[in-house]
Design a protein around this ligand. Sequence first.
Ligand code: FES
Length: 118
Amino acid sequence: MSTADHPRSFTITLLPSQRSFASTGQTTILEAAALAGLRLSSSCRNGTCRSCLCRLVDGTLQYRIDWPGLSADEKATGWILPCVALPTSDLIIDQVDFLEMPDPANIAETKRARGRGF
Ligand code: FES
């Protein structure tokens, strides 16, 4: 039986907030965060600008691209680029800035309330 028959699920925990979310390992950390309603710092989303740079405290990952914008020293000391990183285990990541994205259901309710003159 292949691993495709058993979808993986990893937990990604952000420090210092302790906020966590799930990932199948098929999407980048940045994409998995967005699916969980979190917007992590980013810009290019292709591993070149380093806007998303943060530090891996625990876990393993692989990169979607061959040459993410990190030096060998940075990789060796745990710096990662979540926009192109795919988890291969549960992860703990430090120094992550993020914003909670509003729940679309709440946005729709707010618009309806405004439409009624509130
Ligand atoms: S968003 Fe540019 S390197 Fe990650």
